[in-house]
Design a protein around this ligand. Structure first.
Ligand code: KG4
Ligand code: ZN
Length: 329
């Protein structure tokens, strides 16, 4: 079975071909235009998708050496995401699907992130805890099987990715903040500044990052680099405060569920400090991360999950639209 995946939930225009569970191509065009605004401008993102989609799909077909008539179905991100950008991808997918006379399957972006872990690890076993950490979500899930998900906890305010993005803005770094903070923290002393870790009550699996962000804001108000405290120490300490919170909650979730395995999903899964700390703090647990290019938004996860959905007989009609607030359950 050959599936074309299309992903336009935010500012990445992405397309991919999945054939019988294997990714043949994974094409991503990052919209750099948003960097100058310090965040994604929805109207610009939709227009960019419209301009780029044709060539991104063309490039992914070319790389996988697949011709349009060979496609069996198209999988497209339905939500969550920005209404306009989702609509652009869905309209494109529907138009192409009707033209080719093949089904178009709506895919949940969050479920895509979770299943990105199967791309490199097809024998990954259920059940597992999933830490889903993206720009808009920070959630802990108990994943018992396909479509058998239980929410264990989520953030009360900012997502972890947002803590990186907003922190980066306070620190004078570019958007997206995660990779910028990671780079700028290199060589810094992460123990220099004791930023707050909001762990809430003893067994809580909820998160809160807004206090940490405010504390960075106040700290930077009168910060001047000295011989003993460099800016990279501040950045490294801030990154460590986010990571420590995530690691502690994963530890709690594994202990509460009794599972041995945790899968990390979403853009923040690309963070090296998070990867290292999880491995260090939980050496007896199986901690699984997607390959770096499958952490942040991509269409490989969409085409792969689309194929799984078809195999489960989930071929719906074209009667679906974008759902910016789509939930996992
Ligand atoms: O999953 P994703 O690409 O898009 C959403 O679905 O939101 O996640 C984007 C988020 C951004 O907040 C970005 O700053 C963060 O993931 N991110 C990172 C890293 N790479 C991306 N955060 C920390 N370290 C990274 N290396
Ligand atoms: Zn995402």
């Amino acid at each position: 079975m050959i599936i074309l995946g299309i992903e336009t939930s935010c500012d990445e225009t992405a397309a991919s071909i999945c054939k019988d569970g294997k990714i043949l191509s994974n094409t991503i065009s990052r919209q750099l235009i948003h960097t100058e605004f310090g965040g994604v401008v929805p109207e610009i993102a939709s227009r960019e998708h419209e301009t780029l989609l044709n060539s991104v799909v063309h490039a992914t077909l070319l790389e996988s050496e697949i011709e349009l008539p060979e496609l069996d179905a198209i999988a497209v991100t339905q939500g969550p995401g920005l209404a306009g950008t989702l609509l652009t991808g869905i309209s494109f997918a529907k138009g192409l699907g009707i033209g080719l006379g093949i089904p178009v399957i709506p895919v949940n972006h969050l479920e895509g992130h979770i299943f990105a872990n199967f791309l490199e690890n097809q024998f990954l076993k259920f059940p597992f805890v999933c830490l889903l950490v993206s720009g808009g979500h920070t959630q802990l899930w108990s994943i018992k099987g396909m479509e058998r998900y239980i929410l264990l906890g989520e953030t009360r305010d900012d997502a972890a990715g947002e803590a990186f993005d907003k922190g980066a803005r306070i620190l004078g770094l570019k958007y997206p903040g995660g990779p910028e903070i990671e780079k700028a923290a290199l060589g810094g002393d992460s123990n220099k500044i004791d930023f707050p870790r909001s762990l809430l009550s003893k067994n809580s699996l909820e998160f809160s990052f807004s206090g940490l962000k405010t504390s960075l804001l106040y700290f930077m108000d009168d910060f001047k680099e000295t011989e003993t405290v460099k800016l990279k120490d501040v950045i490294s300490s801030y990154q460590k405060a986010i990571v420590d919170t995530l690691v502690e909650k994963v530890k709690r979730a594994l202990s509460i569920t009794g599972y041995n395995r945790c899968v990390i999903a979403g853009g923040v899964a690309a963070n090296k400090c998070l990867r290292e700390q999880l491995d260090m703090i939980l050496p007896t647990k199986e901690i699984i991360f997607p390959e770096l290019s499958f952490c942040t938004d991509n269409a490989a996860m969409i085409s792969y999950l689309g194929e799984l959905k078809i195999k489960l007989g989930k071929c719906e009609s074209l009667d679906f639209s974008a759902n910016p607030n789509l939930k996992l359950i």
